[in-house]
Design a protein around this ligand. Sequence first.
Ligand code: ADP
Ligand code: MG
Length: 485
Amino acid sequence: MTEWTTIVGLEVHAEMLTQTKMFSACPVVDSVMAPPNSAVDPVSMGLPGTLPVINMQAMDYGMMVGLALKCDIPPFNQFARKNYFYPDLPKGYQISQYDHPLAVNGYLDIELEDGTTKRIGVRRAHMEEDTGKLTHIDGGSLVDLNRAGVPLLEIVSEPDIRNSAEAEAYARKLRAILQYLGVNHGDMSKGVLRFEANVSVMHKDDTEFRTRTEIKNLNSIRSMVRAIDAEVARQIKLYNKGEKVIQATLGWDDAAGKIIIQRLKERPDEYRYFPEPDLPIVEVSREWVERVQALLPELPDARRTRYVTALNLSEYDAHVLTMDKPVAEFFEVVLAEGIAPKTAANWFTTHLFGLLNDHKVERENIGQTNISAQHLAALIKQVESGAINQTTGVKTVLPEMWATGKAPEAIIQEKGLAQISDVSAIGEKVADAMAQNPDMVTRYLNGEEKVFNALFGNIMKSLKGQGDPAVIRQILQEKLTAQKS
Ligand code: ADP
Ligand code: MG
């Protein structure tokens, strides 16, 4: 152990995928595709005289997240005004929740790299409204209020996270849960899911937490990890020089890989929180909670457990196959086509994920490539039945399916890739290879067993990679043994 321990608490802002905004019937639109200020009404603009009305769908969604995170849902929650001035907030205040959030005291279990799980406390989850978006240009800033008033759930963790890898596991797991629930599609590049990291370090002799800083503007999980590592290093360096860490709001410059100090942290009393007078207290009946509880779908943990117990997959396979809902759904279609779970899992983890990686396609976009689950299942069947060999399937047919979207059978036909299992055809190639490489044969007969593989490779090459490996091995073995006597 080193002298310093990292302490991280994450604050996550997740837009809820509702049709309309948090406090009015104004539609919610895609922040990237929609023209600026095309989804704005008097309430989102904060015009005087307008009154907010609570979007109950958003409350249901928020409660679903709270329940999925094993939170308590208190008997009532209450909206509060958080007062501050900023050009993306025309009302001069944000309607949020403060003393009485929607959900409290939950947790999230994360899987660590060593295979163990760790429980991270979830302090609270509260409903609020999103602000508008500013675009800074030469000579000024542009205001887009499409996002103003979009339902936003803020999920606040306990400071239980001890390094950037745990922060990453927490972020990925939380994103997976939101996607499984269907309340957020998890696209950080569109800003619908945003992470802020609170970071401090603790000396091994400390008995209390030290001052924390808060890093904002993290627009990918990757940059969150880098920012936490950089901030921890910055804080340790300051302490080692005998200086202090000042509580501040920080930014992260991903290109430069640098922490930027933005402003000193506001204290809650500077926001002048007070109960929102235009909205009633929200009473939460047990019937309401039960109704929402019944809406919860199978979540990643349950699916993972099912893959281990019912499908006999390893913990690792079950984990990677369930982390992204679209991957799990794709996988289950392959199973429905009649492929054995373990076989299918191998194709996913070793071949399909490799292909996604090579093409820099996120796993969650698995459904948007040229390869359909039906075609993948068909390819696996071609290999299983011996119509083509495994290497041809992986190295030739799969990439061709990726490039063209054609069915594997068509590719095999067109390219003449069918496996050669014919004993006499293979026997000929084996004899050729042995005749052309007498030195290898001698070395093998003198006990150098690994030469077998070189001869095998030679023969496979002469069969353009399409030979049946088992048949080649058997004939080669026979012919070599025959030479011994
Ligand atoms: P505030 O109400 O001022 O935002 P909180 O105490 O509610 O502050 O904490 C906000 C976030 O900061 C939470 O995610 C919490 O886990 C985290 N946090 C609190 N103390 C520390 C600390 N010493 N180091 C790292 N994170 C912390
Ligand atoms: Mg905060």
